[in-house]
Design a binder for this molecule. Structure first.
Ligand code: ASP
Length: 591
């Protein structure tokens, strides 16, 4: 064996033992002729000492060590003098007095320092180009281990609940998850293509039709999107599907999965069942379908208070069916006017005419451009509903509900952060249920909010053709700290209803057959009622690790431009490969 212990293992109990350690040289210090080497591996760091009086030969070698050389160091564990103990290090009470050394490999000088504090100051692109060096950092190793524990927690929990893990194909047909597909040309039939799965959606439904009853997979998904922060072109989902279920069954399983993930990642037990609210409630109270419930500062509806107001701005909005709402930001009365101006711009981006506010001053008086228009009664009601106190900043919005919610939802988060109202280290889960089935796209066309296999709420099928935007779906999201962890739905399980939905979406019969013929056919051979959900494992791992970016919990992530800087992918391929797959590259015209 090359090593008797890891570099994170030795303590006072090992004093006097002869050990062999292997690892990377983290630092080299020459203290008056005695060499101190910090030796690092995935498990930790141990101090190795090379003294010429122990072994002239080993000391000679140690003198030529540089950062990231890979060595084996052998010697005897000694207690450090109490004053020299390093309490920050798990192995800080000991050191190893070495008389033998083997250099397994030298290293060129790394392009950046590999300690966590220093690396944060280096450009991420450089670190990604040398990801194998970056990965030697303790925090990244910790994240990989944590992710593994989480996956194990998921597998254990679901296996215990009778789920079968099934792999579904990576080379498949385009699936309508709303993004662009990655496509793979087919050598065997010119002009045909596979698509990489955006999610195993149709396969998992087909597994239910195949009688699998309870399926899960830690599944890789691919979406060719313009990347926003914290998106990756390939990402991992905890994907599951169940037969003969209602949403309740799904909530129960996912509650247990999340409890198990929390435990596996060292965050202890959580109270179950996880809280739930409907989509309408989330919009009304938090102005968002992914509410951050770590803090209050909820949006209050003031429309009734101002029903007969003489303040024209509010009155006119209410007359047109609009709403007046506000959030009370505790302790932010003194916020600089610059911030309010910035927030006003943001509110305007969301379509609001402007942002009204009240600052509650030390003497209890309200400083505000609009208060003079409010009656005494209106003021008294406001005070009560919003619990207005000294030091408060109240932000008002009046417009169509969707506009007011979008604006106040964003402001609540910004102002909440500024007021330090969002506690660190808190995990606040919530289900958001009963999403609408449809929304309008930018051109005003009807589109599904989840995917076209989602079933309507049983009470709302009648509205499908007459008032589609009012149809609720049996669709739900699970949210943690304002981040959407996953979405799912109960699916349509008979071919007539599925065809009816395609029709409502304006998908012509022929196209529906073309794209989803296989599914419609499978539905016609006796499909069980079924439903499921998928959780983003990367985001969940990021939140569990307290990491800043999902790239910190993925071993080999891609950049914002969807490239792998280390492998230099994507790359060109040669003419022969192109010919094999019947492709010709259309090059831009020569200048
Ligand atoms: N396949 C869906 C998605 O990736 C999740 C689901 O409906 O289960 O969003």
């Amino acid at each position: 064996m090359l090593r008797t212990h890891t570099c994170g293992e030795l303590n006072k109990a090992h004093v006097g033992e002869r050990v062999d350690l292997c690892g990377w040289v983290a630092t080299v210090r020459d203290h008056g002729g005695v060499m101190f080497i910090d030796l690092r591996d995935r498990y930790g760091v141990t101090q190795a000492i090379f003294d010429p009086t122990d072994s002239q030969e080993a000391w000679q070698v140690a003198q030529n060590l540089r950062a990231e050389y890979v060595i084996q160091a052998s010697g005897v564990v000694e207690a450090r003098p109490p004053a020299m103990e390093n309490r920050k290090l798990a192995t800080g009470a000991i050191e190893v007095r070495c008389d033998r050394i083997t250099v397994y490999n030298k290293s060129r000088t790394p392009p950046f320092p590999l300690d966590d504090g220093e690396a944060a100051r280096v450009s991420e692109d450089l670190r990604l180009a040398y990801r194998y060096l970056d990965l030697r950092r303790a925090s990244l190793q910790k994240n990989l281990t944590l992710r593994n524990k989480m996956s194990l927690g998921v597998r254990e929990c679901l296996t215990e609940k009778g789920f079968t893990e099934v792999e579904t194909p990576i080379l498949t047909k385009s699936t309508p998850e709303g993004a662009r597909d990655y496509i793979v040309p087919n050598r065997l039939a010119a002009g045909t293509f596979f698509a990489l799965p955006q999610a195993p959606q149709q396969y998992k439904q087909l597994l239910m039709m195949g009688g699998t009853d309870r399926y899960f997979q830690i599944a890789r998904c691919f979406r060719d999107e313009d990347l926003r922060a914290d998106r990756q072109p390939e990402f991992t989902q905890i994907d599951l599907e169940m037969s003969f279920v209602t949403p309740e069954d799904i909530y129960e399983v996912i509650d247990a999965v999340l409890a198990s993930v929390m435990r596996a990642s060292g965050h202890g037990d959580i109270d179950l069942p996880l809280p739930r609210m409907t989509y309408d409630e989330a919009m009304n109270r938090y102005g968002s379908d992914k509410p951050d419930t770590r803090f209050g500062m909820e949006i209050e509806d003031l429309t009734a208070i101002f029903a007969d107001t003489s303040f024209k701005v509010f009155g006119q909005v209410i007359e047109k069916g609009g709403v007046v709402k506000a959030v009370n930001v505790k302790g932010l009365a003194g916020v600089p006017i610059r911030a309010i101006e910035d927030w006003t711009e943001l509110a305007k981006d969301e379509g609001l005419g402007g942002l009204a506010f009240i600052r509650v001053q030390e003497d209890g008086t309200w400083k505000s451009p609009i208060v003079k228009f409010f009656s005494d009664e209106e003021q008294a009601s406001l005070k009560k509903v919003l619990n207005i106190e000294v030091g408060d900043l109240v932000l008002f919005a009046a417009d169509k509900p969707a506009t007011v919610h979008a604006a106040l939802g964003r402001l609540r988060l910004l102002a909440g952060a500024m007021a330090k109202a969002i506690p660190d280290g808190k995990f606040s889960f919530t289900w958001v249920t009963e999403f609408p089935l449809f929304e309008n796209d930018a051109e005003g066309r009807l589109q599904v909010m989840h995917h076209p296999f989602t079933s309507a709420h049983p009470e709302d099928w009648d509205l499908l053709e007459s008032d589609p935007l009012r149809v609720r779906a049996q669709a739900y999201d699970i949210v943690l700290n304002g981040v959407e962890l996953g979405s799912g739905s109960i699916r349509i399980h008979n071919p007539e209803t599925q065809a009816r939905l395609f029709k409502a979406l304006g998908i012509p019969d022929e196209e529906a057959q073309n794209r989803f013929g296989h599914l419609l056919k499978a539905l016609s051979y006796g499909a069980p009622p079924h439903g499921g959900i998928a959780l983003g494992l990367d985001r969940l791992a990021m939140l569990m690790a307290g990491a800043q970016s999902i790239r910190d919990v993925i071993a080999f992530p891609k950049t914002q431009k969807a490239s792998d800087l280390m492998m230099e992918a994507p790359s060109t391929i040669d003419e022969k490969q192109l010919r094999d797959v019947h492709l010709e590259i259309r090059r831009p015209e020569a200048e």
